[in-house]
Design a protein around this ligand. Structure first.
Ligand SMILES: [Zn+2]
Length: 306
């Protein structure tokens, strides 16, 4: 992640940690979500724990656990290891009977304690790193919220993952994300637009390149066939297409067809025939090319163009 992206992730986390749930049920739920093994390495989360009445020594815990600045924001909250640090154990949380507001508060706590958000060029990715046994439970709770996630085990821990930027945004919005979240979304949109624009420009320039190359080959073929006299033996249709191509080298097949009042496929067939004939003519020049008479032998090799 770039520094700007890391700053944005830190801003989102700080924004979510600064939410002060008004209801007591939500404060308890969020505290439960923070978990009993909360490692407070972010000031905003440490302050939240204090506000929730979780830890009386949060400040000391923070001071002793402050991490060097160079570590990635992506890792924030992800590497939490079992450590009490004197934090009061949270009351257990009963998801099954909990109201929606409590569930969202619990999820916010879980995200702040165990969530790892990463925003890399075109991909937004959020994972919860939790005890192995919790992973399927958390995944099914998220599924219940309409935010289905995949999960797997990684080095003995459970990892619950979202890779869809849309789902990540939806989750962050539901747990209370605000201004910083809007900024992530704005970035995603501009990245998507840039990507799409580049794709269109590339496709168009590739098409254009192909058309220019094809027209070049056709003009060369016509010139070869004119030189060998073979062009004059072609059907009226093929000769008309050849003449039209010479007059308008830049015209598309559609434009040639319109001008000649024939179907596009007729133009295509005529041009293909000219190219094939010219290729054979160059490889094996017919009698006319060396001053002979009579019909060019290659004329018989290819069925007359309709
Ligand atoms: Zn509640």
């Amino acid at each position: 992640m770039s520094q700007a992206d890391r700053d944005l992730v830190a801003a989102i986390r700080a924004e979510l940690a600064s939410i002060d749930p008004a209801r007591r049920c939500d404060r308890l739920a969020e505290s439960a979500g923070l978990g009993s093994d909360l490692v407070m390495r972010e000031a905003a989360v440490a302050r939240l724990a204090v506000r929730l009445g979780r830890a009386t020594n949060a400040g000391a815990a923070l001071a002793s656990r402050r991490r060097p600045k160079h570590l990635h924001a992506q890792d924030e909250g992800a590497g939490a290891q079992a450590a009490g640090d004197g934090a009061l154990p949270p009351s257990p949380f009963d998801w099954a009977t909990a109201a929606l507001h409590c569930r969202l508060a619990w999820l916010r706590g879980r995200f702040l304690a165990r969530g790892s958000l990463s925003i890399v060029t075109s991909r937004t990715h959020l994972e919860f790193v939790v005890p192995a046994a919790e992973a399927p439970v958390l995944a099914s709770r998220l599924e219940e919220m309409g935010l289905s996630a995949s999960w797997r085990l990684r080095r003995g821990r459970g990892v619950v993952v979202w890779k869809s930027a849309e789902t990540v945004s939806l989750f962050l919005r539901r747990i209370g994300g605000g201004a910083s979240l809007l900024e992530i979304e704005a970035r995603q949109v501009s990245r998507a637009l840039r990507g799409e624009l580049n794709r269109v420009i590339n496709a168009e320039s590739a098409n254009l390149q192909r058309s220019v190359e094809a027209a070049g080959r056709q003009l060369a073929a016509i010139s070869v066939l004119e030189g060998s006299g073979l062009l004059g033996e072609q059907s009226f249709q093929v000769r008309s297409v050849a003449a039209a191509r010479c007059e308008t080298p830049e015209a598309t097949l559609g434009e040639l067809a319109e001008r000649l009042e024939v179907h596009r496929s007729t133009v295509q067939r005529a041009l293909d025939r000219l190219e094939r004939l010219a290729l054979l003519d160059v490889v094996a020049p017919g009698p006319r090319a060396v001053g002979g008479t009579g019909q060019h032998p290659l004329s018989a090799d290819l069925p007359a163009s309709r």
